[in-house]
Design a binder for this molecule. Structure first.
Ligand code: GRF
Length: 221
């Protein structure tokens, strides 16, 4: 293969259902994300259905748990460093955290500066951490918010669901919504926004360095 037709390689880290992983696989296969492929899927949970999705798509699927490290008295940094070694073997251009439920330390992030992307089912600064959709739903019920959203951002450091924003989209909440209604609406937006960001990154239409610089200049946005 020549350098010219070398595909952009995307590694995806998951912990669960993998519907966003599927959206990325589909977008690569259809050409929406041009000249790109998912080169590996890594999960810290054995039962993650996303691993099965990867296998069905013929993509390397690796279960890489934290527990053996803990059992040997090793630290999260040790795990993160070993995870980085594993990921690096697949030579990814981009690393996407799509429902990855483990906060990565610099032992991992320092190996892939400006190349780790996270998806969060809320707007920047809102509901960091787990259960973001449910917490937004409850905040809406209390009259504290009128809408929620989705964001895709770079992961520069150990902050939880913070970093230079690559894209964000509002998601409305309606009075008649059940939590399941809102979850479905948020996920539908995620399944479009994440491939859109990856498409733009691959096409060079989004400059992550610029996003990082803008964030440093104006840290409240
Ligand atoms: C998504 O809502 C993502 O934003 C959050 O975890 C969920 C993962 O869903 N971090 P899936 O595994 O991609 O279906």
């Amino acid at each position: 293969m020549t350098a010219q037709n070398k595909k952009v390689r995307i590694a995806v880290l998951i912990s669960g259902f993998g519907s966003n992983l599927q959206a990325i696989i589909d977008a690569c296969r259809s050409g929406y994300i041009p000249n790109a492929e998912v080169c590996a899927v890594i999960s810290n949970r054995k039962e993650a259905y996303g691993l099965e999705r990867a296998r069905q798509a013929g993509i390397a699927a690796v279960y890489f748990p934290l527990k053996p490290f803990k059992d040997q008295g090793k630290s999260r940094q040790d795990y993160d460093a070993a995870l980085a070694d594993l990921v690096a073997k697949y030579r990814p251009d981009w690393i996407v955290l799509a429902g990855w439920m483990h906060v990565l330390s610099m032992a991992f992030l320092g190996r892939f500066p400006g190349r780790v992307i996270n998806l969060h089912p809320a707007l920047p600064g809102a509901f960091p951490g787990t259960d973001a959709i449910r917490r937004a739903y409850e905040a809406y019920q209390r009259g504290e918010i009128t809408h929620t959203g989705v964001m895709v951002h770079l992961v520069p450091d150990e902050g939880v669901d913070v970093g230079p924003v690559l894209a964000q989209q509002e998601v409305p909440i309606y009075p008649s919504d059940t939590l399941a209604d809102l979850e479905a609406r948020v996920h539908a937006v995620e399944h479009e926004l994440l491939p859109t960001v990856l498409r733009k990154l691959v096409l060079g239409q989004l400059q992550p360095r610029q996003a990082a610089a803008e964030q440093r200049t104006n840290p409240t946005t």
